[in-house]
Write a protein that binds this ligand. Structure first.
Ligand SMILES: Nc1ncnc2c1ncn2[C@@H]1O[C@H](COP(=O)(O)OP(=O)(O)O)[C@@H](O)[C@H]1O
Ligand SMILES: [Mg+2]
Length: 385
């Protein structure tokens, strides 16, 4: 079977070969693929490196060659910005009006408050916290499908749901349905979360949040607030194998769950839509990340994923382009709006199982590859943004 080069590259990053890679049988794929194809589809393109000269002329939008993780070249000047206003709706209006390419605004300043004490050593694992300032942007979808991607690449993967919404398991099919039905979830049995682990048909280990009533939820959240190292201790106690990738699904905005997740994360993956509300929420989540990650000495920084990109919508395309320019190499990738994702969820499947040839799958593999590269760069002692 011929293996797409994206998959091969991802396997290589994990130090493995793609020979054993198996795509699951194609399901109802065709309708999904054709569903989002548009004449003006954004062709992925080289992400602009942050190291480029701030003075350089803005790059004119080009129809770049299609390729993994590629996005259209930005038409706005983006680096070296020091203007916090850029992440406001007014700033966005200015940028939209001048996709027109003038003054360079900047990444927002972030808060740097204090957290104290130590947490257990987690150097043997790689932890990605999937976060956002706004809800409904695709965090759970991306956490689940990135987990599947890493598992397909041969990595041990745990995806842990720190969100009372308790929706993560809907993205998976149980390896053993009876065990699946019986599992309570980490909030239900917080002292013994190892016993709550589920195993999906894709080889992903899943720790769902569980269903609890309001008094119990408040009690659980209070206990997390009282013990900032609860998650770190739980992860240490799980004795995960070296190199295990842990994905943490979180609720939007500030919460004890975000605090716990960022205290153990190596990387924060900020999921955002290309709309004004998500755009203006980025400084908010950036400041929360700066606040809660400061105790994690092995924190690499943030990467960003623009989700539900729809090139047929002008505003979506414009904001995507602006964000590409502003984020530079911090952009891990973009995932197109793809009906296959919603359809997969409706059948309790991940999109790799439901529509393995969909564009969403290709986008997610590209994003996974970029994330692995960033984590690998860090573990080799390289300086990252
Ligand atoms: N790339 C995408 N294309 C189409 N629909 C998507 C995509 N990503 C997410 N969705 C849909 O968006 C909705 C919200 O996703 P979800 O992962 O639950 O968001 P969050 O966890 O941030 O609240 C879901 O219905 C999901 O199927
Ligand atoms: Mg969610």
């Amino acid at each position: 079977m011929s293996v797409p080069s994206d998959i091969s590259n991802l396997f290589k990053l994990f130090g493995d070969s793609a020979d054993g890679y198996q795509e699951l049988a194609s399901g109802p794929v065709q309708s999904s693929q054709s569903g989002w194809s548009t004449p003006s589809r954004i062709e992925p393109a080289a992400i602009v490196p942050e190291s480029a000269e701030p003075e350089s002329e803005p790059v004119v939008v080009q129809q770049a060659e299609a390729g993994c993780c590629a996005v259209a070249a930005p038409a706005v000047p983006v680096r070296g910005q020091k203007d916090e206003q850029v992440w406001t709706s007014q700033g966005l209006q200015g940028l939209l009006a001048g996709l027109a390419q003038q003054d360079s605004p900047a990444s927002p300043e972030v808060l740097a408050p204090q957290l104290s004490s130590q947490r257990p050593d987690l150097q043997h694992i790689r932890v990605i916290a999937v976060v956002s300032g706004k809800g409904g942007v695709g965090k759970s979808t991306m956490a689940a499908n990135l987990a599947v991607t890493f598992a397909k690449a041969g990595s041990a993967v745990l995806v842990l749901e720190l969100d009372p919404q308790n929706a993560l398991r809907q993205h998976f099919r149980a390896a053993e349905p009876s065990a699946w039905a019986a599992a309570a979830g980490l909030a239900v049995s917080a002292a013994q979360i190892a016993e709550q682990c589920l195993h999906s048909s894709d080889g992903v280990t899943l720790l769902p949040y569980g269903v609890i009533d309001e008094p119990r939820r408040r009690e659980f959240e209070q206990s997390l607030a009282n013990d900032p190292h609860w998650l770190a201790q739980q992860l240490a106690d799980l004795h995960l194998s070296k190199g295990t990738v842990v994905l943490l699904d979180t609720p939007p905005g500030p919460s004890v769950y975000l605090q716990q997740a960022l205290s153990v994360a190596n990387l924060a993956l900020v999921v955002s839509l290309a709309d004004a509300a998500s755009y203006t929420a980025l400084p908010f989540i950036d400041s929360l990340i700066a606040t809660y990650s400061q105790e994690a000495a092995d924190f690499v920084g943030s990467s960003y994923l623009i989700n539900q990109v729809d090139p047929s919508r002008k505003l979506n395309q414009d904001i995507t382009q602006i964000m590409q320019g502003l984020l530079g190499s911090r952009l891990a990738g973009m995932v197109h709006a793809d009906p296959a994702i919603g359809e997969a969820l409706a059948y309790n499947r991940n999109v790799f199982e439901y529509a393995p040839n969909s564009s969403a799958c290709q986008d997610i593999v590209c994003c996974a590859q970029t994330l692995v590269e960033r984590l690998a760069a860090n573990s080799h002692g390289e300086q990252t943004a």
